[in-house]
Each structure stands twice: as structure tokens, then as C-alpha cells.
Design a protein. Structure first.
Lengths: 211, 209
């Protein structure tokens, strides 16, 4: 099945007096509660979207602080015990000469989370200010945030594998630090924040209906 | 606003920006994009549902192998440690990190398996042209909702990073489960690219009617 051309210019389902299902694309008369095709719940716009976005986003930012202050990995070898934070792990990789991997970890653990905080806050503020500019760019930003957010989990999985693998009694053991928990929470919270964002709000030019 | 609208079944709205479009038959191997925000609204690939089902079955079997066989083995200074995927999950089992062990178990094993089982359950009867199983629509909806939480591919990248960190200090042997898991990842990506939500919902709808 396919689609061709928008209907008499670009018109949203809501402007046409309809409500669309976000799961399957089927449209219904307004005030229909459940989709007849996929049984999903129908909502023309999620009125609480921005509240949920901010709540999860703030939770995610709070959890990101201890994630950076406390150690991710506790390493003990015959000679020494060491603790490494997220940044410490990146520095270690650079010292080994693994620049590519150091970049991946830095990108996933520092640049993606901080970029996400900024991008989600920007999207929420621009919707609150009823901005009409850069709609395409903002939608693009939303898609990138949705796609890339989960990849921050890389560092948590690195810690899991290292802690499981490096258990050689006296020679070397690696154990997870508490930062792994708060980092994972931060990623989960920001994923929930991005999912709570109703991207249809970016495109609404007439906002009288949901205020 | 009064607009003369065709029957509602001939319309499709973009799930991300709410723009209305006419739904009409696409030629094979074509994609239809939203006119406003550009996301893919639907694709038409011949026998897509049958291919999704067969890839889901393959991934399911490989996932069982991936959690049963040894994943990685480490040798250093006469000591030896074999790790399975389950051991990686249990790395967080002590103390405050316990909830993380549960979360990691869900992200890399449980959710991928739930998605595969739900897809097989929902799409199996469609391919064999039998009546739908009860709850088939709920099962497909669940599989799609869980998609962002299934992180097998991220786990494999994490494993690669960990291997490079360890490679300097000890000998690491890659076990059969590693390759099985990598297979799951590749097959899952192929399978998810074949899924066209619109077409599958429509097929489920017609089959139920």
C-alpha cells in the first residue's frame, strides 16, 4: 500500500476534524477513543506531553551528575587498586593508543547525553513559545534524538562485560562502580523524555485548540 | 474546517506530524515519504511479512544459542575465566547495582526475545493464511513499542570496546555464543527494516475482518 500527495495542500488530521492513530496511521472522526484498526489509544495531541518531557529530562540530568563524579569501574591488580570514571576510562583508552575506541566511548557517554539534554530542552522550549521557524530542522533534531539516545548504553555494557570477564582472583579483578547505575538511569530517563515528546506539536500552527 | 474528505480508510496520517495523505497502492519496492516531515510512511516489498517471520524465527533460534554457549574466555597468568551472556548480566547482581542487572537482562535478552515471540505469534497465521490468533494486534503493538528498548546491537558494540580494553593484558578467546549473538543483531536489523507498520496493520485488520 502506498501514499500519494497530501490532501489539498498540507493539512493535518486535526485541522480536518479527524484524529489519527500514531501506531498504524489510520484516521478516525474526532472523539473516537480507540483505533478501529490496531486498537491503540487515540489522542489528537498529548496535552501533558511537555510536562512529562520536562519531568523525565530533569530526572535524567540529575542522574547524570553522580554518573560523572563516581567511578564506573573498580579495578584491582596485584600491584594497585584503581577507580575510573567515565572520563578516566576515555583517557585510559587514549593512553593505550586506541583513539577510535576512545572517541566512540567519549561520543556515546559524554557528547550524546549532553547533546540530548540540550536538544530536548530546545524542542520543548520552542514548542512552548509557539515557534514557527525551523520546523524541518527541529523535526530532524527530534528524529536524531530518538534514534541516537539508546546508544549511550554502550558504556554500561562495557562495564558489564569487563566485570564478568576480568575475574582472575589475585591477578586482576574488575567490578562495576555505582556510576554505572546512575548513568544507566540517566539514559533511561532521557529516552523516556524523548518518547514523551509529541512531535506533532512542532507542526501545529494553530494552537488555540489545545490551550 | 470543512474539507470534502474521501472515505477515512483511503487516508493515512503521518504519525510524527499528523499530515493527511491519500493511501493508494505502491509499486513493488517503493517507499512513500511524508510530504511535510519526510519520514517513511510505508514501503512495499514483495512477501515482506513472510520474510519478517522467517528472520524472526532464525533470530529466535540464534538467540537461544547465544545465551547457552560460552561467549568469551579470558586467559592470563595461568588463570582462566569463561563468561556467558548470563554472566555479563550477573556482573551487576551485588548490592545497589542489582536493579541494573535486571535492566541489562531485559535490554539484551528478555526484550529481544519478547519482540521475536510476539512477532512470530502475530504474523505466523497471516503467512499461512489462517485466522488471526487472539491478541495478535496487541502482540504486534507490543513488539513495535519495545523496539527502542531492545539493545542487542548496542551490547555487541560494547563488547567490542571491552575486548579492546582487555586485549592488551590478557588473551581473549571468542566463543560460539559471540558469533550467534552477532548473527542475532544482523538479522534483527534486516528484519526491522522490512517491517512496514502500515502494511502489517492493514494485513492484520483485513485478516480479522
Amino acid at each position: 500500500m502506498g501514499s500519494s500527495g497530501p490532501i489539498s495542500g498540507i493539512i493535518s488530521a486535526r485541522d480536518a476534524g479527524l484524529v489519527a492513530c500514531q501506531r498504524c496511521g489510520q484516521v478516525h472522526p474526532r472523539d473516537t477513543a480507540y483505533c478501529t484498526r490496531c486498537e491503540g489509544r487515540l489522542r489528537s495531541r498529548d496535552a501533558e506531553s511537555l510536562q512529562k518531557v520536562w519531568a523525565w529530562l530533569i530526572a535524567g540530568m540529575i542522574a547524570y551528575v553522580p554518573a560523572n563524579l563516581y567511578p564506573m569501574l573498580l579495578t584491582s591488580t596485584l600491584i594497585e587498586r584503581s577507580e575510573s570514571t567515565i572520563i578516566g576510562g576515555v583517557v585510559e583508552l587514549i593512553e593505550y593508543g586506541s583513539f577510535g575506541i576512545a572517541f566512540i566511548v567519549f561520543f556515546a557517554s559524554v557528547m550524546i547525553p549532553i547533546g540530548k539534554f540540550v536538544a530536548i530542552a530546545y524542542l520543548a522550549i520552542s514548542v512552548q513559545r509557539h515557534s514557527l521557524s525551523n520546523q524541518h530542522e527541529r523535526h530532524r533534531a527530534y528524529e536524531v534524538v530518538e534514534f541516537i539516545g539508546r546508544w549511550s548504553m554502550i558504556d554500561v555494557f562495557v562495564v558489564a562485560i569487563l566485570s564478568a570477564l576480568v575475574q582472575l582472583d589475585t591477578i586482576a579483578t574488575v567490578n562495576p562502580g555505582i556510576a554505572a547505575v546512575s548513568f544507566a538511569l540517566s539514559v533511561i530517563f532521557t529516552m523516556l523524555s524523548a518518547q514523551a515528546f509529541d512531535s506533532r506539536l512542532i507542526w501545529d500552527t494553530d494552537r488555540t485548540q489545545h490551550e | 474546517m470543512s474539507v470534502a474528505l474521501p472515505p477515512l480508510d483511503d487516508l493515512v496520517a503521518c504519525p510524527q506530524c499528523d499530515t493527511l495523505h491519500y493511501a493508494s497502492a505502491l509499486p513493488p519496492n517503493a517507499r512513500a515519504h511524508c510530504q511535510r516531515c519526510g519520514i517513511v510512511l510505508m514501503t512495499s516489498q514483495p512477501a515482506a511479512i513472510a520474510r519478517v517471520l522467517s528472520l524472526a524465527l532464525t533470530a529466535f533460534i540464534m538467540m537461544i544459542a547465544a545465551i547457552s554457549f560460552p561467549f568469551l574466555t579470558l586467559d592470563a597468568g595461568g588463570l582462566h575465566n569463561a563468561t556467558s551472556v548470563i554472566d555479563a548480566i550477573l556482573a551487576f547482581k551485588d548490592g545497589l547495582a542489582f536493579p541494573l542487572a535486571v535492566a541489562v537482562a531485559f535490554f539484551i535478552v528478555v526484550i529481544p526475545l519478547i519482540r521475536l515471540v510476539a512477532l512470530i505469534y502475530a504474523l505466523g497465521p497471516l503467512v499461512r493464511e489462517k485466522p488471526l490468533r487472539s491478541g495478535a494486534r496487541k502482540a504486534f503493538g507490543l513488539a513495535e513499542r519495545l523496539r527502542p528498548w531492545s539493545m542487542a546491537e548496542i551490547f555487541i558494540v560494547g563488547v567490542t570496546v571491552a575486548l579492546i580494553k582487555v586485549a592488551g593484558m590478557a588473551a581473549v578467546t571468542i566463543g560460539p555464543a559471540f558469533w550467534a549473538f552477532a548473527g542475532v543483531v544482523v538479522i534483527t536489523v534486516l528484519k526491522d527494516q522490512l517491517i512496514c507498520r502500515y502494511s502489517i496493520w492493514e494485513a492484520l485488520d483485513q485478516s480479522a475482518a
